[in-house]
Design a protein around this ligand. Sequence first.
Ligand SMILES: Nc1ncnc2c1ncn2[C@@H]1O[C@H](COP(=O)(O)OP(=O)(O)OP(=O)(O)O)[C@@H](O)[C@H]1O
Length: 262
Amino acid sequence: MRRQGPSDAADVRSGGHDRFPGAPISLNDVTRFYRQGGAQVPALVDVTLDVRAGETVAVVGPSGSGKSTLLHVIGGIDRPDSGTVMVGGTRVEQLSRRAAAAFRRGVGFVFQHYHLLPQLSALDNVVVPLMPIQVRFDRHERARELLDAVGLGDRASARVADLSGGEQQRVAIARALVARPKLLLADEPTGALDSRTGDEVLDLLAQVQADYGMTLVLATHEAAVAAQCSRLISLRDGTVVADHALWDPQPDETLRRATGLG
Ligand SMILES: Nc1ncnc2c1ncn2[C@@H]1O[C@H](COP(=O)(O)OP(=O)(O)OP(=O)(O)O)[C@@H](O)[C@H]1O
């Protein structure tokens, strides 16, 4: 991702982390239907695509075009009706329920509405994904490092319910990184934020992606958000209608022409 400029967040590597090797993604003929009343609604139809390790991909398209479903299928939250989903050598769609849960622990998820536990502290929210697993490091120490990295070191003990939206999304990003994921999936990560706070969160995502090197797939309605990624995939009615590298020096204009996004 592009880094927009100086950020007030500390360098994510300041805690002594290694880079995470990004996971490649390969989808082949992926189809997912949902039942709505008596009808079958196609959310994804014959989607075939490959994402290289460490690539940053924006998934754009109108509401209902399948962006979230695509992220859910890649992240093992949802299972396709047909087709194959390979992430970093794992056949995701074939995993048992238990194996899928273990797989998901190795994926970082960032959602539009944060999905934090509001009554817990910022620190405890970041620690939560590590609770079910045995680790050989201090969970709270790692969580503190990550809160420092997202610029919230001084709010670690604050209740999430008392934090602003931008701060909550920073906590969510720290939580997404705590298991050192090879893949970060961000679904409208700035969609609930005002534009200035959204820019800061986007810059933070760019920073952590650059510092850690994981693969990033980001769903968005906003051209300016998509323009931060190195590749743009456009969905319409569950199918890929455009897929290209963003290399133009004026990507916003390119995006507007290519996708009609404002
Ligand atoms: N759990 C579900 N049950 C029934 N239908 C669903 C479900 N999830 C998604 N759909 C349908 O699948 C289609 C794709 O939805 P999806 O949420 O993936 O699109 P989207 O591009 O992410 O939309 P938005 O931008 O509004 O979030 C839509 O027609 C939606 O109504």
